[in-house]
Ligand binder design. Structure first.
Ligand SMILES: [Zn+2]
Length: 382
């Protein structure tokens, strides 16, 4: 049981981050873990975050959906959590996977505003409707997680729908996310300098500047939400493109390709940062797809795909799934991936731009899916 729980916490850890390109909703972690009516369990439980993330995945019909969690500092020592859960939250805080604040205030809504994300919360935020008009103008931007059949369901505070709705990044968000920012505090988990901190800080804070959290704006000044310090502009943020892997008609995960380094996709790519497909594939697909199958690069705004496999791939120009439309991409061949092109590693296993890749297709008997769970995170039944 203990082992199961820590596996689930690891799965949840893979679904919390502050990467503006990947997160799909904002949550108040301290609040969500106390939705006791969802499972009737302990007063506080970190597993509830997993349940809410799973519910979001179901709603978006997409696997591996990460959320942006804002956390009050008091949670790190909350006696209602198990010591293991407290340790996990502290690790998330140290690694900058969640934003830990002394006074979260309206930071949740600020993040949602800057990034154009929905907010999952039972709080109505009525007093902030003037500052954030989308709270009322866009039904589905703020939803309450409530008990439902088979896990939490969502109810929109406005309009009563159940589907999370994203908006556009606010103009301030677009400006802030065009730059890279540095916090003067050494070892800052959100805006680390990458230098000046201890060796441990360096190892921890080694993350792509393209993945940096949105700064907080205080009186128009970009500020570290954790330390309240003025951030230094460290130059333009590297250009990125958000890609996705679709297997058996369902988007399994999104990933960010930046100009800083290529990304390998395959059954089990070598090195850090590779996109591992093995767990989602049946035996045939697993035999066909190489350990390292594709190399993707972003060069001057163009996505370049190179086949590095044994068996080759195919391009589906314009995303067409018609049989005659598949253009072979032989081993060692490269090609620029046009706006809505997909590259197909094996029938039913595709990579393309996330915005151009529809998800939620029904499964067919010929699915390439292994007997893996539909959503990667399977929580123990309460
Ligand atoms: Zn800081």
């Amino acid at each position: 049981m203990r082992f199961e729980i820590s596996k689930v916490l690891d799965a949840i850890e893979g679904r919390v981050c502050t990467d503006p390109s990947l997160v799909r909703a904002v949550v108040d972690l301290a609040e969500v873990i106390r939705y006791q009516d969802i499972d009737g369990g302990r007063p506080a439980s970190l597993l509830r975050l997993g349940m809410v993330i799973d519910a979001l995945s179901r709603q978006l019909e997409e696997d591996s959906v990460p959320v942006y969690a804002v956390v009050h500092r008091a949670l790190l020592s909350d006696a209602d959590l198990t010591s293991n859960e407290r340790m996990v939250v502290r690790r998330w805080a140290d690694d900058g996977l969640v934003e830990v604040l002394d006074n979260p205030g309206d930071r949740m809504l600020e993040v949602a505003d800057l990034l154009g994300l929905p907010v999952l919360s039972r709080v109505r935020f009525d007093g902030l409707r003037g500052r954030f008009p989308w709270l009322v103008e866009q039904p589905g931007r703020i939803l309450a997680p409530v008990p439902g059949a088979g896990g939490p369901a969502f109810v929109a505070h406005v309009g009563g729908g159940d589907t999370p709705v994203s908006g556009d990044r606010s103009p301030a968000g677009v400006k802030l996310l065009a730059r890279e920012w540095r916090c003067p505090e050494s070892g800052c988990a959100l805006f680390g300098s990458g230098g000046g901190g201890s060796f441990a800080d360096l190892a921890r804070v080694q993350r792509s500047p393209a993945a940096q959290a949105p700064p907080s704006l205080r009186n128009g000044v970009p500020t570290c939400p954790r330390h309240g310090t003025r951030l230094r502009d460290a130059g333009p943020r590297p250009r990125t493109e958000v890609l996705a892997v679709r297997i058996g008609g369902l988007v399994r995960r999104r990933f960010v390709l930046s100009e800083e380094q290529p990304v390998l996709v395959g059954r089990a790519p070598e090195g850090d940062g590779g996109i591992v497909l093995g767990q989602w594939l049946n035996d045939e697909a697993r035999r066909w797809i190489s350990r390292n199958h594709l190399r993707l690069e972003l060069r001057v705004g163009e996505v370049i795909v190179t086949d590095i496999s044994t068996n080759g791939s195919g391009i589906r120009p314009g995303g067409s799934m018609a049989e005659g439309d598949r253009v072979p991409l032989a081993p060692k061949q490269s090609r620029v991936l046009a706006e809505n092109d997909m590259v197909e590693l094996y029938p039913g296993v595709q990579v393309g731009r996330a915005e151009e890749l529809p998800t939620g297709a029904p499964f067919t008997p010929a699915s390439v899916m292994a007997e893996a769970p539909t959503m990667a995170m399977r929580l123990p039944r309460p």
